[in-house]
Every structure is written in C-alpha cells, then in structure tokens.
Design a protein around this ligand. Structure first.
Ligand SMILES: Cc1cc2nc3c(=O)[nH]c(=O)nc-3n(C[C@H](O)[C@H](O)[C@H](O)COP(=O)(O)OP(=O)(O)OC[C@H]3O[C@@H](n4cnc5c(N)ncnc54)[C@H](O)[C@@H]3O)c2cc1C
Length: 497
C-alpha cells in the first residue's frame, strides 16, 4: 500500500509538493478550494484579453537551486520563452521627472553616475554591495537535512555576501540610504519614495538586482496562468489527484499525529501525511485550532508586518501601445482612487512584451495600487459595488491623463480588489505575498514543522519574509524531502512513477 499524502492548497507551493510527492511514489491528493489551481499565481480572461495577477519575474530562470525546481516541476521546459528586460522599472514623480532602474547593475551604476555625479562615492558603494549579492546561492536542502559539509562547501563563495548580511542585515532601506549619505536631492527623492517610507529590509533592496544582473529573474511568456497549468500537467502526469472546490476546514489530529482533513461539507479524508500549502494563519489558528502554535509563529503573526493588499484595475485596449519598460511607478501626493488615499502612488504595467496577453493590435494595461485591508474588511453589498465603480471611474481618468484619448479605445475594464484575492485564495487580510521583508525577518524562516505535531508540514509563502514563487515552490519540495527522510526512502526528483 502506498502512503497517502494530502496537500491543502493548489497554489505553487501545493503543486510543487504534489509533484515531488507523486514522483516519490506517494498516493497524492491536492485539495484546492477554488475551481482553478495556482493560488496567487493566476490570471483571468475577459473578451480575449488576459489579465495577469502575479508573474513579473521569476528568480531561477537560468541557474541555481530554484532553476532546478522550475525544471523538475515543468515550470521551465524546452518550450518556455524567457524574456530578460533591460529596464527593471521606470519611476516618475508628479512633475513628470523620470528615474530608471536598470536590470544590469553596471548599466544602472553608469546611469546613476550621470543622474547624480555629486554622489559618486555612495553610488559606487551601493552598486558594489549589490554586485556581491550575485554570489548568493539558495540551498537545495531544507535546514533539517543540511550537513556541516553543505555549509562549509558554500562558505568561500558566500563570504562576501555574508559580509553584506552582517553589515546591513538589521537595517531598513531608509537606514541604509541614510548610511550611504547621498547628497543629491533628486536621487534621495526617488530612492526614499520607493523604499524608504516603511520597514522594508535593506537586504531585500540590495539583493533585488543581483538576480536580474545575472539574467536569472526573467519573465516567462504567457505569465502566471500557463505557469501554474504546466505544474498541474506535470502533477497529473505523475498520477496525482487534484480535487477542486474542496475547502478544508479542519486537520484531523489524534494523539498529536495528523491523520487527515475535514472539508467544509463535512467529508473526512484520511491520510498518512498532511501538508498545508494554504494560508498560514488559517492553517495554524483555524484548521489546527491554535493547538500547535510555536513561539516563532506566534511572534511572527503578532509582530511582522504584512504586505499591504492591492487593487488591480485591468484594461483591455483596442489599440497597440508599446512600452519600453514593463513597469512604470507613478509617485503621487494626495491622490485618491475610490476611498484609498494612495500612500506612494500607483503602477502601470503594459504587457506589450507578451503577445499572449491581448489579441494582435490590442494591448493589456494594468493599473495597480496599494489599499489597506482596513478599508475593505467590512465593505459589503451595494457599498462594495459602488466602490468598484468609483475605482473604475478614477482609474480610467488616470489612464486618460497618462495616454490622452485612450478612453475611446478601452474595451474592457476589470477591477480586482483585496476582497477578490481573499475570496479566491483565502489569503490573510489580502496580504498577497505574506510577510513584508523587514529588518526583523529578512534572514529568518519559520519552521515547516509545528511543535509536537507529527506527520504534518507547512509549505508556502508564509514561512519567510517576502513570499514569492521560488520559496513557495522550494518549501513544497522540502516537505517531501522531509517525508522521504522520515520514511527512510531515497528522495528522487526526476523519475516518472
Ligand atoms: C500581484 C502579485 C504579484 C506578484 N509578483 C510576483 C513575481 O513577480 N514573482 C514572484 O516570484 N512572486 C510574485 N508574487 C508572489 C507569488 O505569487 C506568491 O508568493 C506565491 O504564488 C504564493 O504561493 P503559495 O502556494 O505559497 O500560496 P497561494 O498562492 O496563496 O496558494 C494557496 C492555495 O491554497 C488554497 N487554499 C487556501 N485555503 C484553503 C483551504 N482551506 N482548503 C483548500 N484550499 C485552500 C488557495 O485557494 C490557494 O490556491 C506576486 C503575487 C501577487 C499577488
């Protein structure tokens, strides 16, 4: 008899866990509450336009431990087309002044030196710190399975990175910029406006371009939906069962051993192992009724800041509009969209670089802004509908300002709110990427096992600050590596079962 592994949640973490579980010969079932898999990694179609939610860049598109996972899970195969943008993003202030972030650190340094020649010393220091992050290598094994040799082996390569971590690991971006002591008001304005106004980790900023610089954080043509579907295909081809519209309400535990799950319709499904790749908070405090909370989880949920949710207004435009850069950040002051006073501005994303997002001669453009959960939490019924209409109106007016005359070409407008995300994925407070990477959590991760509870593992974006597809998929793989270890069987990662 094969041992049964139940995975709660068919997002990227759940799909990854499912693929490795099936590869390793377990009878595997993923229970997904929505009618499609992918979780946050999703997109939706409206009148032949595709509106993508997640994928902008995927760390691991060219090498390293994340790349191995993407190949093993069919996210990257011989047919996937990867685009490495030259420009990471463009930032604009209210008066139309522009600031570019280039994906290549040398290119960005050159640009910054022209932008603010008086700041040569801090610019060079910052870019040197960033270049060191190129050496950062993710581990392929979970902490529990690493040997001393694993650490010793990477030590020489990681020494410069370790120095950056030691120096800046406990700083926010603002503190890091203060330390660099820029003189130019222009450069200060853009850097502080983008990263300096919150408890955002300096390391997250320093490491950001390292992946791009190596062309190891590309965009995959087709975006989020086909990415998740390729994982579904792989999982099903290995004999895994993916059950939709199955919402887990409780994890069955007897004598501190996970034994299966109970669905919201009362169905009980037994299992030898349970992995939760669903929202972390609801797993621990609802499905397990708060009976197995570690001190670390308790601390994290009480103290770590969550990502501010977003509103996404997607436009289908009956006109070809090309953009040089995939993301333009518009910094604003005192601008309201609906009932949200924009804290820092909004993003415009033109998907003209991906021909699958709109029919030929047409364009998909997305406008996105942060909107605190407290504005949405109690918004229901007619009030909610009215807010969506107001957002549509305000966002369309902004588009008209940005691209005069565009209103006449808008064929579709779609408003997705933080409530939409919560409804379809159960994510806590619309925090689409989990915990904000801060100076408190940047180098920490939460354990995949809970105290005293046997045969249960957590996977997914809620185990470390910053979320993202790579750590989500990686913890899915790690959960199966831990199960294989417990079952005393060799972990395999390429075999068709
Ligand atoms: C706007 C946006 C942009 C992003 N950009 C990027 C990017 O460019 N690059 C990147 O790497 N990452 C990006 N991310 C982050 C990335 O999408 C997430 O970190 C990742 O997809 C999380 O995967 P997960 O499987 O851990 O969680 P989720 O995707 O949240 O999956 C959880 C799954 O569990 C299901 N579920 C929940 N509760 C239950 C239950 N009780 N029973 C059954 N099923 C349940 C949900 O329906 C869902 O499918 C972005 C995210 C968003 C929203």
């Amino acid at each position: 008899m094969k041992k049964k592994v139940i995975i709660i949640g068919g997002g990227v973490a759940g799909l990854s866990a499912g693929i490795y579980s099936a590869m390793n010969g377990f009878d595997t079932e993923i229970l997904e509450m929505h009618s499609v898999a992918g979780g946050q990694c999703t997109a939706w179609d409206r009148k032949k336009y595709r509106f993508d939610y997640c994928l902008h860049w995927l760390v691991g598109t060219s090498k390293g431990a994340f790349h191995d996972i993407w190949k093993e899970t069919n996210v990257i195969n011989s047919e996937t087309i990867i685009v490495n943008h030259e420009i990471h993003s463009k930032i604009m202030d209210q008066d139309g002044n522009e600031f570019y972030i280039y994906a290549n650190i040398d290119r960005w340094e050159k640009y910054l030196l022209e932008f603010a020649p008086e700041d040569e010393a801090p610019i060079r220091r910052m870019c040197t710190d960033m270049r060191k992050s190129v050496l950062l290598e993710p581990f392929s094994l979970p902490p529990e399975l690493r040997s001393l040799t694993d650490y010793i082996r990477i030590m020489p390569q990681m020494l410069p990175v370790a120095n950056v971590v030691r120096k800046f690991g406990r700083l926010t971006c603002k503190e890091y910029f203060d330390k660099l002591n820029f003189k130019s008001e222009k450069i200060k304005f853009f850097l502080y406006s983008m990263w300096g106004d919150r408890n955002f980790s300096a390391l997250a900023f320093i490491f950001m371009l390292g992946w791009f610089h190596q062309k190891n954080a590309g965009y995959i043509i087709g975006g989020s939906y086909p990415l998740a579907q390729r994982m579904v295909e792989k999982f099903e081809s290995l004999g895994g069962k993916l059950s939709y519209k199955k919402r887990v309400s409780k994890i069955i535990v007897e004598n501190d051993v996970a034994q299966g799950v109970i669905l919201t319709d009362g169905t009980r499904i037994g299992a030898d192992y349970v992995i939760s790749a669903a929202d972390g908070y609801s797993t621990i405090y609802q499905m397990l009724e708060g009976k197995y909370v570690s001190k670390e989880f308790d601390f994290a949920y009480k103290n770590w800041e969550l990502f501010t949710p977003i509103v996404q207004v997607s436009f289908g435009i009956n006109k070809a509009i090309k953009a040089e850069e995939p993301i333009t950040v518009k910094l604003t002051r005192e601008l309201m969209i609906g009932r949200t006073l924009l804290a820092s501005g909004y993003n415009i994303m033109n998907y003209s670089h991906d021909p699958t997002m709109a029919p030929e001669g047409k364009t998909t453009i997305v406008l996105r802004y942060e909107s605190p959960w407290k504005l949405w939490k109690n918004l229901e019924g007619e009030e909610y509908k009215a807010e969506k209409l107001q957002i549509e109106k305000d966002a369309t007016a902004l588009m008209e300002k940005e691209f005069p005359g565009i209103s006449a070409f808008i064929e579709v407008v779609d408003v997705a709110t933080p409530k939409t995300d919560v409804k379809y994925t159960g994510v806590k407070d619309g925090a689409y990427e989990g915990f904000m990477p801060s100076k408190e959590n940047m180098m920490k991760s939460l354990k995949m096992k809970l105290p005293r509870l046997q045969n249960f593992y957590m996977a997914g974006q809620w185990l470390s600050g910053g979320g993202g597809l790579p750590p989500s998929a990686q913890t899915g793989k790690w959960a199966i590596q831990l199960i294989c270890k417990k079952e005393k069987q060799k972990f395999v990662y390429g075999r068709q079962v």
